[in-house]
Structure formats: C-alpha cells, structure tokens
Design a binder for this molecule. Structure first.
Ligand code: MG
Length: 267
C-alpha cells in the first residue's frame, strides 16, 4: 500500500525537507581536513533542533548519530565519532529530519580537500544519476523507470550500482513503500501517482557493486575496498512531474525562477 499524501501533508514534508536541506547545506561548508565526523554530527543535531525539527536517524533502530558519515570505501550508515577527516577523503553525509510528524531524507557526497580524479568523477556521475532518476518521476511512470535511468547513467561511465540497498517511500515514517531500486528494467513495479513521496538515493561504487557490513553492524563498505558515492533527494510526485522537496528556500526560488524562464521560452 503506497500512501498518496494530501497537499497539507506535503506542506509538512516540505517544512521538514527545508530543515534537512538547510542543515546539510551548512554541514557541507564545515567539512575540511581535521574536522571529526562527530563534530559534524553534533552540529547537525543542534541545527536541526534550532530549525524546529528532530533528527530522524538519532535512535533509529539504536543508531547513535543524527547523520550517517561514511568515508571513502564506506557506502552508507557510517557512525559519526572521533574519526578526523583527511585531505583527499570522499565523505558521504546522509541526514534526515522529522517536523510535525513528517519526514525528509537526503544525502550528498563531499570532497575533503583535494580528492582523486576518480573520486571527483564518481561524485559527479552519482549526482547526475540521481537527477536522471528524478527526471523519470511523473504520474503514470513505473518505479523501476527511476532505477533503470540511474543504472544506465552509472554503467555508461564504468561504475556500478549497489544492489542490496535501495531508496524508499517516505512520509509519516522514514521508510515506507515502495522500495526504489537504483537498477532494473523499465516498466516494472508500482505506477506513480500524484502525492506519492519517494527518497531516491543512488549508491554508486567505483568497482564492484558488492558490499559488506563491518563488525559494528552498521557501516556498509564496498567489498573490494574501492570508493563509493551517494546522493539522495526526497521528491513528491505532482500532477505533471515531480517536486524536489529537499532544497533550501534559496534553492527553491532558483528552481522556480528557472522553471518560469523555461515556461516563458515555451519549454
Ligand atoms: Mg534514504
């Protein structure tokens, strides 16, 4: 059963997504060599609460952080702590908040200082793959159209898509139906309807798509020790396409201006 959110519910998700996006925007600017993942986590917790939200991940199935901080070969679910970031690290920050009972979830990959060419290419390809997937979200499309587009973009560049972890529906719970894989055939799975909200989150590896979980039972790493990147947005299906919810107010205004300009040009 996939819930279609009402306009009032989507407004609440938008408020939550604004808190999440604003906080992540600030965190990205705090990333530099020497900063610990625990310091970023403390800042996230403080900022989410100052903006009127509650960290969605804190205490989730016993998780101790308000963000997941995953470095280099760590794919997702890294536990923040006293690890100091080093020049050349590729950091993934995954963050979520709850406002008035409604959730948002987003992630991005951030270069720490000077990152290898492979790392920067992986980062760019993964972010572009997220937008390729988002571009398929519209009423009548199938969930698998998203993953098909993500996988095609990633594999065209010689990288691989993680199979064992997928995106998800989101709303009054952090994880709802449907699962949103980042791979597969077109035209499969549930049909998208206006009001459905999805967290789309390609996890892309430089080498094998295979992953392992570390003994801490949380941190997921690539099986071959090579780099991984992750980007995520929470989106909602609209009457004509979709709206990316996890943007700051400034980014939303920029998007609206761009759409207005595109409409004026007859696009
Ligand atoms: Mg997610």
């Amino acid at each position: 059963m996939i819930a279609c959110k009402t306009p009032a519910e989507i407004d609440k998700m938008r408020a939550s997504a604004h808190v999440t996006a604003r906080t992540l925007h600030e965190l990205k600017h705090a990333v530099r060599p020497g900063v610990t993942t625990g310091e970023l986590d403390a800042r996230a917790r403080e900022r989410i609460r100052a903006l009127g939200g509650e960290p969605a991940f804190l205490g989730y199935q016993g998780f101790s952080g308000s963000i997941c901080s995953s470095v280099n070969d760590e794919v997702v679910h890294g536990i923040p702590g006293d690890r100091a970031l080093k020049d050349g690290d590729l950091l993934k920050i995954d963050i979520g908040s709850r406002v008035d009972g409604w959730y948002s979830d987003m992630a991005c990959s951030v270069p720490v200082g000077d990152v290898s060419d492979e790392g920067l290419t992986l980062l760019r390809v993964t972010e572009a793959a997220l937008y390729e997937g988002i571009a398929r979200v519209r009423p009548g499309a199938h969930v698998s159209d998203i993953g098909h587009a993500v996988q095609a973009h990633v594999e065209k560049h010689g990288f691989s898509v993680v199979r064992a972890l997928v995106g998800h529906g989101i709303g009054a719970s952090l994880h709802e139906d449907p699962p949103v894989p980042n791979f597969g055939q077109k035209g499969m799975g549930p049909v998208l309807r206006p009001g459905m909200a999805l967290a789309i989150e390609p996890m892309v590896n430089a080498g094998t798509w295979r992953i392992e979980t570390k003994p801490d039972q949380w941190t997921v790493v690539t099986a071959d020790g090579r780099l991984s990147a992750h980007f995520e947005h929470t989106v909602v299906v609209t009457e004509s396409g979709c709206e990316i919810l996890t943007v700051t107010e400034e980014q939303r205004h920029e998007l609206e201006r761009a759409n207005l300009h595109a409409a004026r040009r007859g696009k």
